[in-house]
Design a protein around this ligand. Structure first.
Ligand code: VIB
Length: 222
C-alpha cells in the first residue's frame, strides 16, 4: 500500500469540505461577506503569516538534505521579503494601517492554530510539519478553484473580495500548491499504515483549526 496526499483528504473528507466550503468562503465568493468580518480576518491573518514564517524556519532546522533546506529557505524568504509586504499593502486598502497591525492582540483561534503547527513540527519530523501546513498551503488554492466553479460566485468589480480570489487562483500560487502536493506524495509513498494514521490525525487537527479561523472571522472573535 502506498499513500498520497489525496488519501489524507479522503480520510478527513467531512472536515475538509467544511473548511473549503465554509460560510465565510461562500459569502466572500458572493461578495456578501460583512466587511468587518473580512477586516478582522485580514488583521489576524497578518499575525498568522508571521508565525507561518517561523514554521518555515523550523522546516529549515528540521531538514536533512540540502534540497529540503533550500525549499524551506525559499519559503521563508518569500513570506518575509514579499508576502508580508503585500499583506500590509492589502490591509491598507481595507483601512488597516501598519500601526494597527503592529498593535494587534492575538485572537485565540490564531494562537491555537499557529502554535499547533509549531508544536507539531517540534515534536515530529519534517513530514509532520508539512502535513500540519498542508491545509493552509493546499486548501487556499482549492478554495479559489471551488469558488470559481460555483455559479453563485461573483467575479470582477461586483465583488469587493475579487482580489483575494485572484491571488489564490493565480498561476504562481497554483504552481506552489502543486509543488507542495508533489512533495507530500513523494514522502507519503513509503510510510507505514501506523504512521499514516498519525499523519491523518495531524491533517485533521490542522483542518479543524482552519475551520475555526474562518469562524473567528465571521464571529469577530478575540
Ligand atoms: C489562516 C490562513 N490559512 C491559510 C492561508 C494561506 N497561506 C498563508 S501563507 C501561504 C503560503 C505562502 O508562502 C498560504 C497559502 C492564510 N493566508 N491564512
Amino acid at each position: 500500500m502506498t499513500y498520497r496526499f489525496s488519501d489524507l483528504v479522503t480520510a478527513c473528507e467531512g472536515d475538509w469540505r467544511t473548511y473549503i466550503e465554509h460560510e465565510f468562503v461562500r459569502a466572500l465568493g458572493e461578495g456578501a461577506l460583512e466587511e468587518e468580518a473580512f477586516r478582522h480576518y485580514l488583521k489576524q491573518d497578518y499575525l498568522f503569516l508571521i508565525h507561518f514564517a517561523r514554521a518555515y524556519a523550523l522546516a529549515a532546522y528540521k531538514s536533512r538534505t540540502l534540497e529540503d533546506l533550500r525549499q524551506a529557505h525559499e519559503g521563508l524568504k518569500a513570506i518575509v521579503d514579499l508576502e508580508m509586504g503585500l499583506h500590509v499593502d492589502y490591509c491598507r486598502e481595507w483601512g488597516i494601517s501598519e500601526e494597527d497591525l503592529a498593535a494587534l492582540p492575538e485572537a485565540r483561534a490564531t494562537m491555537a492554530y499557529t502554535r499547533y503547527v509549531l508544536d507539531t513540527g517540534n515534536r515530529g519530523d519534517l513530514l509532520d510539519l508539512h502535513v500540519a501546513l498542508a491545509p493552509c498551503l493546499v486548501g487556499y488554492g482549492e478554495i479559489a478553484n471551488w469558488l470559481n466553479g460555483r455559479p453563485e460566485t461573483v467575479r470582477g468589480k461586483g465583488n469587493p473580495y475579487d482580489a483575494w480570489i485572484a491571488m489564490y487562483e493565480s498561476d504562481e500560487f497554483q504552481a506552489a500548491m502543486r509543488a507542495e502536493r508533489d512533495w507530500l506524495d513523494a514522502r507519503l509513498a513509503d510510510v507505514t499504515p501506523a504512521r499514516f494514521a498519525e499523519l491523518t490525525q495531524v491533517f485533521r487537527d490542522a483542518t479543524r483549526l482552519e475551520i475555526d479561523f474562518w469562524q473567528m472571522g465571521l464571529d469577530r472573535a478575540d
